[in-house]
Design a protein around this ligand. Sequence first.
Ligand SMILES: [Ca+2]
Length: 264
Amino acid sequence: MPKPHGVFWNAELAAKWFTPLWFVMFLWSTSGCGKDIYFGPSCGGRAGPEPVSVGDFCIDSTEVSRAEYGIFLASVPLSSAQPSECDWNDHFEPQEMDGTASPPYAPGEAGLPAVNVDWCDARAYCEWAGKQLCGRKGGGPLTYAERADASQSEWFAACSRNGTRAYPYGDTFDVNACAVRGTYHAVGSQPTCTGGFDGIFDLIGNVWEWENACEGDPSLPAEMSCSRRGGALDVTEADWACRDNGDGVRRLRQADIGFRCCSR
Ligand SMILES: [Ca+2]
């Protein structure tokens, strides 16, 4: 049976996601356990990873985890509340591109980054959390040309410590610092992958992160190209740096693309 337009989930599906496991993981994710984070005193937002103040804005300390995304899904968000560029997005459920629904994550995976979410899913999560998908300083979208400009891009400013570092952790590439090879890890769990400011994890590696910067034909918003930052486990570049970027169509869902949010 097709899903009713405007309401992406029914109570049965919501109940599937809002399990005691999600609740426990939500408490864990908001407790700071296992993390060494210095929280900004004035960051906005009401859910998701705890933000870090980096001067004139705040950025989530980690990628959004599967547990955190599950709390969003359990709130039964309405797809009808999206802006026009996301009119085509009729649900927020993580899915493979063939439409296969991702099953509820296994208990051991709740701390891993949320993936198989498209750009509009990420945007909607950040809005629900009282934040914004990272984009232009002061709010709104970036142009592609501004993505490596620390005076414009929130994500790049955070990663490069306001343009003063090539990598979050310094100027010399270290293949072992961040998860750019091997396997995905729980968000915020790799202490060597911090920076450009204290308490921010995995801006390089683990999973790609959607950014509020899209270009293309506005009459085909689902097919517009949108920015993703930071690389993942399968980047081929030997020295993936903060200035580098990738892209994908707005409707793209991949197992190596997640996101984090910014706030003020
Ligand atoms: Ca990342």
